[in-house]
Design a protein around this ligand. Structure first.
Ligand code: SAM
Length: 223
């Protein structure tokens, strides 16, 4: 019986890969990657020539059983996503669940993910927080926002730049203009930016300077 390794990869700065991640990616029998072209850039930087197999949200329902079967037959496999920790707003959960159901050992290496640096950069309480990932785009969005209006823990959301302004406007509607927040952009990259303030101030900032790149919104809980 082999083992499934979940291997986090950098969210921007390639130097954030861990020594254990590199060793695991070198020594497993095969690497499952969300986008083999994106991952081959990372792997070639570190001289890793291991086999890559495509594993993404469009094929994972079909492939999890085959993949789990290979591990059960003795292969050690590593799962990586395009950036950060697999399973966190990325494919991974289905494979982990299937492996565990089949008695296959799963080991997740600690490593990069966007939500933790965004949470700490915000200066908002991080002793208790909830991760909301991407809000539903249409169906279920209002219900989720209504539910979160009474949430007392700090909340962390992933968002795309073209939806940021609309989301901040909706946050003002549901959480109030004076609720504090932080928008982190391009974490660990050259143009990293953390905009802190009330929702009203942050919305005004991004109305004047349209957002580009990757974004995390951290929102204070209800006081
Ligand atoms: N698995 C990843 C993780 O562990 O954070 C998340 C993958 S999800 C498909 C991509 C989203 O993560 C982006 O839209 C953005 O919200 C957030 N993200 C990823 N990298 C980021 C970065 N360098 N700066 C800010 N947000 C980032």
């Amino acid at each position: 019986m082999g083992k499934l390794y979940i291997v986090p990869t950098p969210i921007g700065n390639l130097n954030d890969i861990t020594l254990r991640a590199l060793e695991t990616l070198r020594t497993v029998d095969m690497i499952l990657a969300e986008d083999t072209r994106t991952s081959s850039i990372l792997l070639s930087k570190f001289g890793i020539t291991n086999k890559l197999l495509s594993h993404h949200k469009f094929n994972e329902h079909q492939t999890v059983l085959t993949v789990a079967g290979r591990i059960a037959e003795g292969a050690d496999l590593a799962l990586i996503s395009d950036a950060g920790t697999p399973g966190i707003s990325d494919p991974g959960f289905l494979l982990v669940r299937t492996c565990l159901e089949q008695g296959i050992e799963v080991e997740c290496l600690p490593g990069p993910t966007a939500l933790i640096p965004a949470l700490l950069n915000s200066g908002l309480p991080c002793d208790r927080f909830c991760f909301e990932g991407f809000l539903p785009v249409k169906k279920g969005r209002q219900t989720r926002l209504k539910m979160l209006a009474t949430e007392e823990r700090t909340m962390v959301f992933y968002e795309s730049p073209h939806r940021l302004l609309r989301t901040l406007q909706q946050f003002i509607e549901y959480f109030g203009a004076e609720r504090t927040a932080c928008v982190s952009r391009e974490l660990s990259k050259i143009h990293e930016e953390n905009v802190r303030g009330t929702l009203q101030e942050i919305e005004a900032h991004f109305r004047e300077h349209p957002a580009k790149g990757e974004i995390v919104i951290v929102l204070a809980g209800l006081k």
